[in-house]
Design a protein around this ligand. Structure first.
Ligand code: PGA
Length: 251
């Protein structure tokens, strides 16, 4: 019932020519794909070019971040409306690199989530524990705190338009992937939180992606888990073949 969703998070990689070429390659291969939603998330300076290059394809474009204010004196920031204007459908919010390197808090992520939804963007909201938090047995507490903080004040209808990405920090870019059991445990817990805070119907429709060292080799077992609805892919999204290998595992 939940349509699988695979998104590529290109982070701060590529240049204009290779970003456009990668997007075109994904769009071309996507013609053979059915029943899976696809998105690529290039660096913001390449968003417009990528969106233009693949417009009309079934691949959507997402940004990696935005600011919550609608406009004004916020040097260096980009608004939700600007992302819509250049062709974005999605925006990644609260990625662990923004939380841990750039100091983003749940409170800030929450403001961004509200602004994104108000502008018509679908936020991909990231949650995930660090290695220390996992080893201390605090994984589910951390996930609950991040869920409640980052997604505060949303109606059930709004939450249904949000994608959640569970990305254990220790698995991101490390080659250390969570086992299907570890990932499924957290995904199931997230669904229970949604049922608890909202209702069963909302818990059933919200898509929860897994992220952290997903490759074509490990994607199938992860995506076979009942509560894993897709993947947020970093490193393996930088090449058409590996990204589409993951997409094939979702179909
Ligand atoms: P990775 O990154 O696939 O390179 O681990 C995932 C992410 O940060 O979204």
């Amino acid at each position: 019932m939940r349509r699988p969703f695979i998104a590529g998070n290109w982070k701060m990689n590529l240049d204009m020519a290779s970003a456009v070429a990668l997007a075109k390659g994904v769009a071309r291969e996507a013609e053979k794909v059915e029943e899976v939603d696809l998105a690529v998330c290039p660096p913001s300076v390449y968003l417009a070019a990528v969106a233009q290059a693949i417009s009309g394809s079934q691949v959507q474009v997402g940004a990696q971040n935005m600011y919550h204010q609608p406009k004004g004196a916020f040097t260096g920031e980009i608004s939700a409306a600007m992302l819509v204007d250049v062709g974005c459908r999605y925006v990644i919010l609260g990625h662990s690199e923004r939380r841990h390197i750039l100091g983003e808090t749940d409170e800030l992520v929450n403001k961004k989530v509200h602004a994104a939804l108000a502008a018509g963007l679908a936020p991909i909201v990231c949650v995930g524990e660090t290695l220390e938090e996992r080893e201390a047995g605090n994984t589910l507490d951390v996930i609950r705190r991040q869920f409640d903080g980052s997604l505060a004040g949303l109606s059930a209808q709004q939450l249904a338009g949000v994608v959640i990405a569970y990305e254990p920090v220790w698995a991101i870019g490390t080659g250390k992937v969570a086992t299907p059991e570890q990932a499924e445990e957290v995904h199931l817990d997230l669904r229970k939180i949604i049922q608890d805070r909202y209702n069963r119907r909302t818990a059933e429709v919200v898509r929860i992606q897994y992220g952290g060292s997903v490759t074509p080799d490990n994607a199938r077992v992860l995506l076979a888990c009942p509560n894993i609805d897709g993947a947020l892919v970093g490193g393996a999204s930088l090449q058409v073949e590996s990204f589409m290998g993951i997409v094939a595992a979702a179909g």
